[in-house]
Design a protein around this ligand. Structure first.
Ligand SMILES: Cc1cc2nc3c(=O)[nH]c(=O)nc-3n(C[C@H](O)[C@H](O)[C@H](O)COP(=O)(O)OP(=O)(O)OC[C@H]3O[C@@H](n4cnc5c(N)ncnc54)[C@H](O)[C@@H]3O)c2cc1C
Length: 380
């Protein structure tokens, strides 16, 4: 039976996240953006309320929420500010390989660290010369007795400057191609780890994005997730979980754009009537609303599929593609509805347009989502 209702628990989490976004995020979002200030206080409050690490199982101190529940929370956080939202849900991406490939001892240690006290972790896959082409990465991990020694540089790593540990993808055997990639949990304070400067960005400017450099970094072999060669699977499985969640944030941003634009269109007068009464503007808003509904349904389907224990690679890529494109278009159209005021930093919609762009780039670009969808089509 198909139904689109939410359980009481799901509604409660959504409402809690909305209240948090309205009271804690929205009032400071513009200032955090302007000052490029990391939202540490907000993160701590969100952690205390249980709005972080939602997917971590109860046995590791988390709440073991469904992917769908996590998506409901993420939409509200995205509605508040996606710069803050990206900071808050980054743990979801970094923790996913541990959930997928970690042993019980690793889960207890690394996930427990995030749930027992406030902490952040980061997902280190992209490199200066390898983003979409993950297999082109150059970081290596060579065996040295009971350790692995990591060398390489990661790039564009969210939360890197505030993380307690990193999930790192590195080659243990380059000759095996992607089957030679292994995943490690690397404590951020390990000798030989250095961080780049906080990257100055177009949008989501409060979020922390940096390079992470590994120079002869010794990592105990017990920090390897699964076996040698299991890294690729763990890193990609993480996206199947995180893409619906990230896509929800894009839906939240698009919803915010629609709300601002709808309110403004009913106030602003031209040619003797509100601009909402001009069909050109009304249709823009109607198309925005229809696309947002469609994006949310795709997200929910991708999340539901994951929650049934079914492979959701295509659904997650479809949701990510559509939600990212919807967010970018909705934010751009909201600027259009505001006219000249939309272009001003004194009004809220230009930030949405800057913030929206990253959804077409991180967690796999829109082109890469199309490649994934096509690959899935051809593999049948
Ligand atoms: C703010 C921010 C936060 C990020 N956070 C993280 C993080 O926490 N962890 C992490 O590991 N990475 C992170 N990333 C990296 C992000 O995932 C990559 O930037 C993204 O995957 C694209 O890689 P690239 O930048 O190397 O672009 P490239 O791979 O060089 O791509 C350049 C362009 O070519 C297109 N393209 C590439 N290959 C193809 C193809 N085969 N067919 C068609 N088009 C193609 C791309 O779509 C893109 O438009 C972040 C990036 C940013 C900007």
């Amino acid at each position: 039976m198909i139904h689109f209702g939410l359980s009481d628990e799901e509604r409660q989490f959504r409402d809690l996240a909305h209240e948090f976004a309205e009271n804690e995020i929205r009032p400071v979002a513009a200032e955090l953006d302007e000052q490029e200030k990391f939202p540490e206080d907000i993160c701590r409050k969100a952690w205390e309320l249980g709005l972080m690490n939602c997917h971590v199982g109860e046995e590791w101190g988390g709440m073991g929420l469904s992917t769908l529940a996590e998506c409901l929370i993420a939409e509200e956080l995205g509605w508040g500010c996606t710069g803050v939202g990206t900071t808050l849900i980054c743990n979801t991406l970094a923790e996913a390989p541990v959930i997928v490939a970690g042993s019980d001892a690793q889960k207890k240690k690394f996930l427990g660290r995030m749930t027992e006290e406030f902490g952040l972790c980061a997902y280190c896959v992209t490199e200066p010369a390898a983003g979409s082409d993950v297999q082109g990465l150059l970081t290596t991990a060579r065996r040295a007795g009971s350790d692995f020694v990591l060398n390489g540089q990661k790039m564009w790593i969210t939360n890197a400057g505030h993380a307690d540990w990193f999930f790192v993808l590195a080659y243990t055997d380059k000759s095996k191609g992607y089957k030679g990639l292994s995943g490690f949990v690397v404590p951020a304070d390990s000798d030989g780890v250095t961080l780049g400067k906080k990257e100055p960005k177009l949008g989501q400017r409060c979020s922390d994005t940096r390079a992470v450099i590994f120079n002869e970094v010794k990592v105990p072999a017990e920090n390897m997730l699964g076996q040698e060669g299991d890294g690729w699977k763990a890193a990609m499985a993480a996206f199947d979980h995180s893409r619906p969640v990230v896509s929800s944030m894009a839906v939240g941003l698009a919803r915010a754009a629609l709300e601002y634009a709808t309110a403004y269109a009913q106030e602003r007068q031209t040619f003797g009537k509100p601009i909402a009464a001009h069909q050109g503007i009304a249709f823009l808003l109607a198309e925005m609303a229809a696309a947002i509904d469609a994006a949310r349904l795709l997200v929910w389907k991708a999340a539901w599929t994951a929650d049934q224990g079914m492979r959701n690679t295509q659904q997650a890529a479809t949701a990510k593609l559509f939600a990212a494109e919807t967010a970018m278009k909705a934010a751009t159209d909201a600027v259009q509805v505001y006219g000249g005021y939309g272009y001003s930093r004194e009004y809220p919609v230009e930030k949405l347009m800057r913030d929206a762009k990253i959804f077409q780039i991180y967690e796999g670009t829109s082109q890469i989502q199309k490649l994934i969808i096509a690959r899935e089509l051809f593999s049948r």
